[in-house]
Ligand binder design. Structure first.
Ligand code: UD1
Length: 348
């Protein structure tokens, strides 16, 4: 029996595949490399000394995806494949709905056809909108403020409806907080297309000299130092949360929903400081206007995942920064050289 991982060459997907292989699972990866690189697959093999099946398939293509279901004995699916940039989703909403909703519908229909019962969905803390307080519990009100967030929320709603109708399905909705860090080997890590939108990849590009200076979005939030507070979680801890979620699904639990975070909030300035200590360099920054749509504070209650999954984040902010830096400094040009030219020209 195999675990199908859509988006398995991506940042969180690749780290999860490593954990699955290390658990002795048979893994089938589907990825179209729209925001990832084929080299990742070799690096996964190098790290684990294990092999897996791979299909270069766009999950919005149901016919091609069906071949994967026909050729493998899949018993569980972890669904990462999605577009994920908030700003881009505002500019290209139809692409986001088509890709994120369309591919999920394909997978769910094929699951039914091939009698697959276990499904893990990559959701996001974005579904909490602007939370009324922190820590955030899973039963807080849900809302979306941009098309990316709307796709996550719509898929969650679809999954809740599907589970009501079919009590043989087991579905885990995992709401990620802010994943950073990289595998300890320094061989795989986060490599966004173009200029990074998220904080940690931007910081690492500044540290490695590819970008000049970090803009800190807002210094007047109601937080301990005026900058935004987030719950940064090591991507390896996050990946291990998926292994625990699969174990939970094997108990025939129906639909379950968990926050995956550390429960700790760090500000932008806290992260800059921790990163500077990890890499031994100052990170030049300036405080600029707030980014539209950002919230002041967001951190998880992790008590449900702790109790019901037997999972807890183990790595602290120091390891997250050290591992992000090891990945970036070992791979200053990322997985490809094509990417550098683009970034350098903007940095100058
Ligand atoms: C963002 C998305 C969220 C998505 C998540 C995926 C937005 C508004 N939200 O979360 O929906 O699920 O990524 O990881 O984009 N910051 C700077 N300078 C930068 C970049 C970020 O100061 O160049 C600050 C932000 O204002 C924020 C913090 O760093 O306070 C974290 O930002 P980011 O890494 O983009 O994550 P989120 O905005 O929390």
């Amino acid at each position: 029996m195999s675990v199908l991982v859509t988006g398995g060459a991506g940042y969180i997907g690749s780290h999860t595949v490593i954990e699955l292989l290390e658990e002795g699972k048979e893994v089938v990866i589907v990825d179209n490399f729209s925001n990832s690189n084929p080299i990742v697959l070799d690096r996964i093999r190098e790290i684990t000394n294990e092999d897996f099946k791979f299909y270069k398939v766009d999950t919005t293509n149901s016919d091609e995806l069906e071949v994967v279901f026909k050729e493998n004995n899949i018993d569980s699916i972890i669904h990462f494949a999605a577009y994920k940039a908030v700003g881009e989703s505002v500019a290209k909403p139809l692409e986001y709905y088509t890709n994120n909703i369309g591919n999920t519908l394909n997978i769910l229909n094929l699951m039914r056809k091939y009698n697959v019962k276990n499904f893990v969905f990559s959701s996001s803390a974005t579904v909490y909108g602007d939370p009324h307080s922190c820590p955030i519990f899973e039963n807080f009100p849900l809302s979306a403020t941009n098309p990316y967030g709307a796709t996550k929320l719509m898929i969650e709603d679809m999954l809740r409806d599907i589970c009501k109708d079919n009590d043989s399905l087991n579905i885990a909705i995992l709401r990620y907080f802010n994943p950073i860090g990289a595998h300890i080997s320094g061989l795989i890590g986060e490599e966004p297309n173009g200029i990074p939108n998220n904080l940690m990849p931007y910081i690492t590009k500044v540290a490695v000299g590819k970008l000049k200076e970090l803009s800190v979005f807002g210094g007047d939030y109601n937080t301990h130092d005026g900058t935004g507070v987030r719950d940064y979680i090591h991507v390896v801890d996050l990946a291990r949360g998926h292994i625990k979620a699969l174990e939970k699904l094997n108990t025939n639990c129906g639909l379950v929903t968990y926050n995956l975070g550390t429960g700790n909030g760090y500000s932008v300035l806290d992260l800059i400081k921790a990163f500077s200590e990890a890499c031994g360099k100052e990170i030049p920054y300036k405080i600029v206007d707030r980014r539209p749509g950002d919230i002041a504070m967001c951190y998880a209650s992790t008590s449900n995942a702790n109790k019901e999954l037997g999972w807890k984040a183990e790595f602290g902010i120091k390891e997250m920064c050290e591992d992000s830096w090891r990945w970036q400094s070992n791979n200053p040009d990322g997985y490809t050289t094509a990417y550098i030219d683009e970034v350098t020209s903007v940095a100058e």
